[in-house]
Design a protein around this ligand. Structure first.
Ligand code: G
Ligand code: G
Ligand code: MN
Ligand code: NA
Length: 254
């Protein structure tokens, strides 16, 4: 399987779709939005994991087009749900370094919001710590531009990278997303519990909110409640689901 050629074909044939993993408040379990995650249904090979094709898309530069389509599709879907009277909340999309660095990124985001008439506050961009560390001055400019536009900015997999805390505090970041490796062990390893508490304390000081990801047990959720984490996602409440299933959840949640 020549992954690059296959990916190009997949784009032409619209084989890439978005699934939606619901996000909830910790205190009441209210549905507040979703993370959009790419799925590739290959006609012969079945489901291909993003863990396989995202790295190829990044190496070949295809991620620029794929990433733009993800943002466009998230906006299109948000708008469609709103017109159906649903309240989808915030939709978060993952952004690769190569995609972000491409000159047209901010215009691409603005264009998608405008095309679909979506208020910028409904779109959240999940960035990685490594993205923050490339060309810091340029990144800061772009983040400020995005903040001015009004989209929300989140740091994904937080705690696993090498962010400088002073640099982080100077950036217009709205949210830290605690990497799921810390949640997995929060009940059994004191170090993991300490890291989760430290991230919550840091976010509090920097005026950022926190989302915990990978919540699989009631015990993990209880820990988050006890330490006043705002939001979570995880298999405990829901896996990523197709658009129709998420719409169903929205229609029964209010
Ligand atoms: O949903 P799943 O656990 O299979 O996702 C695996 C990885 O693929 C995750 O790290 C996720 O961030 C990444 N991923 C999923 N969709 C996208 C996307 O649209 N863009 C980028 N850059 N990464 C994605
Ligand atoms: O790297 P990123 O945070 O974007 O990765 C999101 C990935 O995490 C998705 O592929 C999603 O399927 C996965 N995920 C979300 N919740 C859980 C969970 O509770 N347990 C596990 N094992 N994976 C999860
Ligand atoms: Mn993510
Ligand atoms: Na993550």
């Amino acid at each position: 399987l020549n992954m690059e050629a296959e990916l190009r074909r997949a784009l032409d044939r619209n084989e890439l779709t978005l699934h939606f993993q619901p996000k909830y408040t910790v205190d009441t379990g209210a549905l507040i939005g979703a993370e959009c995650l790419l799925r590739w249904q290959h006609p012969e090979h079945g489901q291909v994991s993003p863990l396989e094709f995202i790295p190829v898309a990044e190496e070949t530069g295809l991620i620029v087009e794929i990433g733009q389509r993800v943002i466009d599709e998230a906006c299109r879907q948000h708008s469609a749900w709103q017109r159906q009277g649903l309240i989808p909340g915030q939709l978060a999309v993952n952004v690769s370094v190569q995609q972000f660095r491409h000159g047209a990124f901010v215009d691409g985001v603005r264009g998608a919001l405008e095309r679909h008439g979506v208020a910028p506050r409904h779109l959240k961009l999940e960035l990685t710590e490594s993205l923050l560390m490339i060309e810091p001055l340029k990144v800061a400019d772009m983040l400020n531009e995005l903040r001015t536009l009004g989209v929300q900015l989140s740091i994904d997999d937080f705690g696993t990278g090498y962010s400088s805390l002073s640099y982080l505090s100077a950036l217009p970041i709205d949210e830290l997303k605690i990497d799921r490796s810390f949640l997995t062990h929060v009940e059994t390893r004191p170090e993991s519990a300490a890291i989760v508490r430290a991230i919550l304390a840091l976010a509090g000081c920097l005026n950022m909110s926190v989302v915990a990801e990978g919540v699989e047990t009631q015990g993990q959720l209880a820990f988050l409640k006890e330490h006043q984490c705002e939001a979570f996602q995880g298999f405990l409440f829901s896996r990523p689901v197709p658009a129709d299933d998420f719409a169903q959840m929205l229609s029964t949640s209010s």
